[in-house]
Design a protein around this ligand. Sequence first.
Ligand code: URA
Length: 248
Amino acid sequence: MGVMCIPGYDHQKPREVPLEAIRDFLGNCQLCPLGQTRNQLVFGVGNPHARVVFVGEGPGRNEDMQGEPFVGAAGKKLNALLGEAGLTRDDIYIANVIKCRPPGNRNPKPEEIEACSPFLREQIRSIWPDVIVCLGNFATQFIMGTEQGVTKLRGQMYEVGHFQVIPTFHPAATIYHPDWLELLTADMRMLGAWLAEHPAPDAGVVPSEVPSATCRPERSAEGADPGVVLSEARSAESKDLLPAEEDA
Ligand code: URA
């Protein structure tokens, strides 16, 4: 499959579509019922040229009120953990698999993920980081295209197309599993070591071998026919972070 048809970007290359264009495309998104219960859509925040993108699950109560990811208790934990990798919030970009809070902080439903996750894919293509850190199972399963859990996968880096991927625990999970904090800390140190060993290549330069991708027809999320968009979004898996060969 191709990438989304963001107006004005018919044959987009990585780093070509600005995050603002993706946010505008989301508009007052009503692709799933969470559009009716959210207070604010939580798009993502941080450095648009980040070498590291952190991916969480979905907004909680504080995030829903403030419109920013990881501002609550999980955010405080994340800030502390970033220091273990030698990073601050200014260095990274953070977004979630789903952009709207599920009522009562329940888990996102598969159809909500299907509707929403293509937008995360576009955000990642826009930033085109070196490393993606997946916080918890939902992020790990979307980015790595696996059904395996983070407990099995964590502790090492994986190559997924252009990206180095670090699956690790969600910071909030350490509230109930304090012993996981040590493992999460170890994963953050692994990230810091990798960044130190791999200094940034020329910032903003997209390697010439990365092909552009032709967009597939799609309407804006606002006022879309959810049935049609959901079926189109169904094939939006992590392997599609890279354009299909026929798009080259
Ligand atoms: N947990 C998440 O996964 N994302 C947030 O933005 C906040 C808490």
